[in-house]
Design a protein around this ligand. Structure first.
Ligand SMILES: [Fe+2]
Length: 171
């Protein structure tokens, strides 16, 4: 299947999974777009791009199960509760088991920044930060710190700088 068609189907499945939770749906749509953009700009091979985009769509799938089970969704719990529903969704959409396991690994580690063992992982983390900096209203000095510590791709750094470290002055 064409990557775009596959990602569209996965996105619809994930919107359904998160139904009623507008914030979460908007969150992963943004993370996916930043991930896609950074992946293209950094010239990922087609397979790594597919893994990255798929992981970006489903990366927070553990939040609702964690809330249902424990009443809260801290990073560790969502990493723990994410792989099972993701495995089911990906398998139903025809992902093979190697790809499914890599995506589940990324879900289970996307709040863990050492070691980052691939460009799919690195870019997923950067894309999630780009959205969370905004959604969590993170001050510029903390953005700059994370940028230095964790961001590696030229595109991710550029987007972060343009979006958070530039000042827009109304003319
Ligand atoms: Fe996220």
């Amino acid at each position: 299947m064409e990557l775009q068609a596959l990602i569209d189907r996965l996105t619809m499945a994930m919107i359904d999974f998160d139904k009623g939770d507008t914030m979460r749906i908007q969150h992963f749509l943004k993370v996916h777009r930043f991930a896609q953009l950074i992946g293209h700009s950094e010239h990922l091979d087609d397979h790594t791009q597919m893994i990255l985009e798929s992981a970006a769509v489903v990366h927070d799938i553990g939040i609702h199960p964690a809330e249902a089970k424990y009443g809260n969704c801290n990073g560790k719990l969502q990493e723990q509760e994410g792989p099972a529903p993701a495995r089911k969704m990906l398998t139903e959409l025809g992902y093979n088991s190697d790809d499914t396991e890599r995506i589940c690994y990324l879900i289970a580690h996307h709040h863990t920044y050492h070691p980052i063992d691939g460009m799919d992982y690195q870019i997923l983390v950067e894309a999630d930060f780009l959205v969370n900096f905004f959604e969590d209203n993170i001050p510029a000095n903390s953005v700059a710190y994370t940028l230095n510590k964790i961001f590696k791709t030229a595109t991710g750094k550029k987007i972060a700088e343009l979006m958070f470290l530039e000042k827009y002055e109304k003319p």
